[in-house]
Design a protein around this ligand. Structure first.
Ligand SMILES: Cc1cc2nc3c(=O)[nH]c(=O)nc-3n(C[C@H](O)[C@H](O)[C@H](O)COP(=O)(O)OP(=O)(O)OC[C@H]3O[C@@H](n4cnc5c(N)ncnc54)[C@H](O)[C@@H]3O)c2cc1C
Length: 299
């Protein structure tokens, strides 16, 4: 339930809706009255429209999916090495990475290097002499209980303030960015309770008055691999270090894109081209040209 509180963003949601429907998704644009009819618990005084889909939508657990992929890759002969890459060595002309060195001292020759190092993407690319506009930014998640639970599921709701909320089993989940959103240290997972008190809870209570009385159960901090150019993925080979491939900068939507990004990258390595989906709009050239490839409705 992506909510718009002004005509400009309502128009953006309508444009996204057209694309989604043309791709077979069941997204609907709902007026405030229609939303109120299906979800009477919302306060929609400031809302113009919402974009919502109940068909083939849901949640999945990223860790479980990842373990499953890892297991099936192993069964097909992929070798996993638990170690840390600490440096890379290029050929004399700098056009290829020839070897990577692990923390244990082991040196591995490489045909292709894929940088899939999440928020640490730039530390890895610098080993090959490449700069990337990707930095770790903190995102806060809160699990809470409501004194008066809602009488139906709370869809994943994206409030115009940038705070999101949804049902999470017997509880509810909410999250969002801090107002001041700097790059942080790679090991900084320090919580900040004032964000809950001063930002998230007031938004929840405004959007759903029943959430005036809620109790925080749990919270955690994660890092987005934030692409400062356009909050979008960087995918495919570098322009001059030709065997260095990026799978980076996913910001807040890497999990849902990972099946397509993984398949596209394997096609690129195997066939030298994308075959299932043309993912070239995500390429590194746009970074060099400083041309953002904006996604218009993301958190
Ligand atoms: C709070 C929060 C909520 C989110 N919600 C959503 C959501 O609802 N939907 C969605 O699609 N996405 C969401 N995301 C984003 C999503 O989690 C990420 O985009 C995704 O996990 C990125 O996957 P990745 O494999 O690129 O990076 P990671 O999962 O970060 O994996 C990178 C790996 O590289 C390893 N690594 C780093 N450096 C080295 C090195 N030198 N040597 C060896 N290994 C190294 C790390 O140890 C790590 O295992 C959310 C993120 C956060 C923080």
């Amino acid at each position: 339930m992506y909510l718009a509180d002004n005509d400009d963003f309502a128009e953006t949601l309508r444009e996204c809706h057209e694309i989604q429907v043309s791709c077979g998704a069941g997204t609907k644009i709902m007026t405030a009255d229609e939303i109120k009819r299906d979800y009477p618990f919302y306060n929609l005084d400031d809302i113009v429209v919402g974009s919502h889909n109940l068909i083939d939508e849901g949640y999945f657990d990223g860790g479980t999916l990842f373990d499953w992929w890892k297991r099936s890759a192993r069964e097909k002969g992929v070798e996993y090495i638990g170690n840390e890459v600490v440096s890379m060595q290029r050929n004399a002309t700098g056009t290829r990475v020839e070897t990577v060195t692990l923390k244990s001292g082991e040196v591995i020759g490489c045909g292709t290097v894929v940088n899939a190092s999440g928020p640490r993407a730039v530390l890895t690319s610098r080993m090959a002499g490449i700069e990337l506009p990707v930095e770790p930014r903190k995102r806060y998640t809160y699990i809470f209980d409501a004194a008066q639970p809602l009488d139906r599921d709370l869809p994943l709701t994206i409030d115009p303030s940038g705070i999101h909320m949804r049902t999470d089993g017997a509880y509810y989940l909410a999250g969002g960015p801090p107002d001041d959103d700097p790059a942080v240290d790679y090991d900084d997972y320090e919580p900040d309770h004032s964000i809950w008190e001063e930002k998230v809870w007031p938004v929840l209570a405004n959007r759903i008055p029943q959430f005036e009385a809620i109790k925080l159960i749990n919270s955690w901090v994660g890092h987005y691999a934030f692409n400062t150019l356009d909050q979008n993925a960087i995918l495919g080979p570098h322009t001059t270090v030709e065997n260095f491939i990026f799978v980076n900068g996913f910001s807040g939507h890497g999990l849902q894109q990972s099946p397509a990004m993984g398949r596209g990258t394997s096609e690129l390595i195997t066939y030298g081209e994308y075959r299932s989906l043309d993912l070239s709009p995500f390429n590194f050239q746009r970074i060099e040209r400083n041309e953002p490839f904006d996604e218009k409705a993301i958190i």
